[in-house]
Design a protein around this ligand. Structure first.
Ligand code: VG1
Ligand code: CO
Length: 549
């Protein structure tokens, strides 16, 4: 037997900014620099061991990613480091694959200490694209900010890391080997996730739906969800072969942004047009946590989607038959969910952007279903947003309600009005100029109240602060919101996930009861008002957004 040798490799302190809401996200080439990935990963181990007193020999750790360029190489490195650090059991998704929700499901079902997830989500992949590493904790959710900060603290004082000098692990075959003191098992990345979906949804009803000729198309965008969708939709539920398009994960996502929105899922949107189009169209992002829902010639905004799911889940999905304990949305997300919650008599929480805030509420039993405007929807079955879960939710609703997607949404608007909603992103801005702009607006907020904007009076203008109802922690400066007397909102904040320059996000919402007016015309007064207020041309040299979703 060959003895595995643990190398202690000297290193320089980690140079990189503090990880944001979704872990550490950088250009792929940055991650490929010597010691870069290693430093971050060793800091996770040091943090678990030194701060939390974890005995890693007794723990399970799960590794997987969305299949993008550098995924396999990074996994080989992390497996060697896990073994060198004495992790008891290391589980790796076959082919290096695990979607973000599947990772969350696997951590929870297997009682793991956490998981290391390799993805930059919907950002493009490839050697000139983006890469990312994220640590998910025992509850299956993204590390809370305090943990992320502690991991970052360790990166700053790291002197060396531990690495095993072993050959590459065979990633493509299910099986188990011993590596130093660790057991390494390559697992089926679909198994845990599929079991969770079976426990929530009535697969018989969904099978019957497809047997009756229901026609849908699912666009995997060459991200990680393709294999999950093929297995569940075409395999378990009997949807015809070809229902899943772009279903093979590719290292460069076929050269596209694996981002399921109106800008990047153009091909799918085209397919959904016309009288013979499928009844349901859906897409997921690179790591499988985001979703886009389309009806025939009809776009469901993410804010409406989560409202519809919450409204109908107890009646249409067995996993929610007992009712919902509460719902939650991120602050910029439209208020359609609030109105549904009021109707259902359940609390609706408003959290800062980012999934980790929902996790706390869910752990405390305060929230069952939640969503974000950024095409994220999910529930307490895992602690990440879950793209395919949203698709199965919609299928279940359509199977019971037996109406077209567009009518299901219009029924919602008829009940409580329609939130017209748009997000405008200004990407690649100068970091200092963007920061200064936000700062100066923040200073002027108190004097905005009571003034006239877009034909209404400003009733509130503040920078959103969130007090977590579970642990009392306070998150300040989570986005500037201007609320008008007619209920309209203008929100803006800087992105925490970009890898180049600064990204400014402007969110517009206006509630109307005439639900067939075009979004553009309804929102234009708010858009003009924001342009006026922000003075984007003079402050950051732009007068047009990069992307509208
Ligand atoms: C964006 C979205 C946010 C989402 C986050 C992670 O963050 O706005 O709603 O939770 O991405 O999504 P930001 O800070 O860039 O606005 V994912 O699919 O990239 O894990
Ligand atoms: Co994602």
């Amino acid at each position: 037997m060959v003895r595995e040798i643990v190398h202690r490799i000297a290193t320089t302190p980690f140079e990189g900014q503090r990880p944001g809401t979704s872990g550490l996200r950088k250009k792929t080439r940055v991650f490929m620099q010597p010691h870069y990935l290693e430093n971050f990963v060793q800091s996770i181990f040091n943090c678990l061991r030194e701060d939390d007193g974890a005995d890693l020999r007794k723990e399970i750790l799960i590794i997987g990613g969305d299949g993008r360029y550098f995924n396999r190489q990074a996994i080989q490195t992390i497996v060697r480091m896990c073994a060198a650090n004495g992790v008891g059991k290391i589980l790796v998704g076959r082919g290096g694959i695990l979607s973000t929700p599947a990772m969350s499901a696997a951590i929870r079902r297997r009682g793991a200490i956490g998981g290391i997830l390799l993805s930059a989500s919907h950002n493009p992949g490839g050697i000139d694209g983006d890469f990312g590493v994220k640590f998910n904790a025992r509850n299956g959710g993204p590390a809370p900010q305090k943990l992320t900060d502690r991991i970052y603290g360790h990166t700053q004082v790291l002197k060396d890391y531990l690495m095993l000098g072993s050959p590459d692990l065979e990633l493509d075959r299910i099986g188990s080997i011993r590596l130093a003191g660790s057991e390494v098992e390559v697992i089926d990345p679909l198994a845990d996730y599929t079991a969770v979906m079976e426990s929530l949804f009535d697969f018989d009803i969904l099978r019957a739906l497809f047997r009756s000729g229901f026609h849908m198309v699912f666009d995997g965008m060459h991200g990680v969800t393709g294999p999950y969708a093929r297995h569940i939709l075409e395999g378990c539920l009997g949807a015809p072969e070809g229902t899943v398009i772009r279903g093979v994960p590719l290292e460069d996502f076929g050269g596209h942004h694996p981002d399921p929105n109106l800008a990047h899922a153009a091909e799918l949107i085209e397919r959904m047009d016309g009288p013979d189009a499928p009844e349901l169209g859906a897409a997921c992002d690179g790591d499988g946590d985001r979703n886009l829902i389309l009806g025939r010639g009809f776009f469901v905004t993410p804010g409406d989607s989560v409202a519809v799911i919450a409204r109908h889940a107890p009646e249409c999905i067995p996993g929610y038959r007992g009712g919902l304990s509460g719902v939650a949305r991120s602050m910029p997300t439209s208020t359609a969910l609030d109105r549904v919650a009021r109707r259902m008599g359940i609390p609706c929480h408003e959290t800062p952007t980012g999934w980790k805030f929902f996790g706390n509420l869910m752990d405390a039993g305060k929230c069952t279903i939640c969503g974000e405007e950024s095409f994220g929807t999910g529930s307490d079955h895992v602690r990440e947003k879950d793209g395919l879960w949203a698709v199965l939710s919609w299928l279940s609703i359509l199977a019971v309600i037996k109406k077209p997607v567009s009518d299901v949404v219009k029924d919602l608007w008829l009940e409580d009005g329609r939130s017209y909603f748009q997000r405008h992103d200004y990407e690649g801005l100068d970091v200092t100029a963007a920061g200064n702009m936000i700062e100066s607006i923040r200073e002027g907020l108190p004097s905005l109240e009571g003034t006239e904007i877009a034909g209404s009076t400003v009733t509130m203008a503040d920078d959103f602060s969130y007090v977590d109802p579970v642990d009392g922690s306070v998150s300040r400066r989570q986005g500037i919101r201007i609320i008008l007397s007619d209920g309209s909102r203008i929100v803006f904040r800087l992105s925490g996930t970009g890898t180049e320059g600064a990204t400014l996000r402007l969110y517009f919402e206006r509630l109307r009861f005439d639900w067939d007016a075009g979004s553009d015309s309804v929102l234009q007064p708010l858009i003009d008002a924001a342009q006026n207020l922000l003075q984007l041309r003079s402050r950051v040299g732009r007068d047009r957004p990069t992307v509208i979703t």
